[in-house]
Design a protein around this ligand. Structure first.
Ligand code: ADP
Length: 258
């Protein structure tokens, strides 16, 4: 399961890179092919063969970039109106399996409805990535706490967070682990930044979290103290729409006869 998760993290980062690169690359291929075609028109027989090789290679490269674009589109978010507290509650079992026996898991939510527009699968990925980091930060056990609430950001607080003022869903993920120095915390969201030993970390967990939250119009913050623990705060703009996507396992059960 560890290896699979690392793979998902890698795919997400690669997908984002691939989408941007494939697009630019395809434009360049069009230029290469266009000029090769122009030269063929004025070339002798031997040069024509060489130029045809260039055009064939450009066509193959163009096919590859099309595949990359398809892959990166599969990575784009499918946003739904999600009951965030419900979703957090529904992944509790999965998180329980990811962390160790010696780590306590507390999941709670405030009374106000916490509904936001987000891709539920991606939000689940965010929670998984944060839980794995929390587990790795607590080699001698501890407590992982997830709390969901609805908060109002006034103008000043919104400015501090570089968020929009107004109602937000706030997910707080707190561990009692080793914490981070200010230097590590400042770099933690960078792609490929890791302090874990080779093979243990990809350095893509938090950059994936950052990407998902940002694409949903939200903000992620970290507050950490070495030796004391770490708190991640995820702010997602709240919506008053009715949730369209119920968390896994909470879908209405089909009516059974009798
Ligand atoms: P990885 O987990 O593969 O190292 P991440 O991007 O998820 O990559 O995390 C980057 C780094 O941030 C980690 O190597 C670690 O140093 C630090 N970090 C992340 N989460 C925590 C946490 N909960 N407690 C302490 N350090 C953390």
């Amino acid at each position: 399961i560890e290896a699979q998760l690392r793979q998902v993290q890698k795919l997400d980062a690669v997908g984002q890179l691939a989408g941007g690169l494939a697009h630019d690359f395809n434009n360049l291929l069009t230029v290469i092919d266009g000029y090769a075609a122009l030269l063929i028109a004025q070339a002798d027989a031997a040069a024509k063969d060489d130029l045809t090789m260039i055009r064939d290679a450009a066509a193959r490269a163009s096919g590859l970039t099309r595949q990359l674009l398809t892959f990166s589109r599969a990575q784009t978010a499918r946003q739904r109106v999600v009951d965030v507290a419900g979703l957090v509650g529904s992944v509790e079992v999965l998180l329980r399996r990811l962390i160790r026996e010696d780590i306590g898991l507390l999941v709670s939510a405030g009374p106000a409805p916490s509904v936001a527009r987000v891709d539920p699968g991606q939000l689940e990925q965010v929670l998984v990535n944060l839980a794995i980091n929390a587990r790795d930060a607590m080699p001698n056990g501890g407590t992982l706490t997830l709390h969901t609430d609805r908060v109002v950001l006034d103008g000043r607080r919104a400015d501090e967070l570089t968020a929009q003022p107004g109602d937000h869903v706030l997910i707080t993920v707190t561990d009692t682990g080793c914490g981070m120095t200010a230097d590590v915390a400042a770099r933690a969201f960078e792609p490929f930044f890791t302090t874990k030993e080779q093979g243990k970390g990809t350095g893509l967990g938090l950059s994936t979290v950052y990407g998902i939250v940002t694409r949903a119009g939200g903000v992620v913050r970290v507050d950490s103290r070495p030796g004391a623990g770490t708190t991640f705060e995820i702010y997602l703009p709240a919506t008053d729409e009715a949730p369209t996507d119920l968390p896994h396992g909470l879908e209405p059960q089909p009516l059974t006869a009798g």
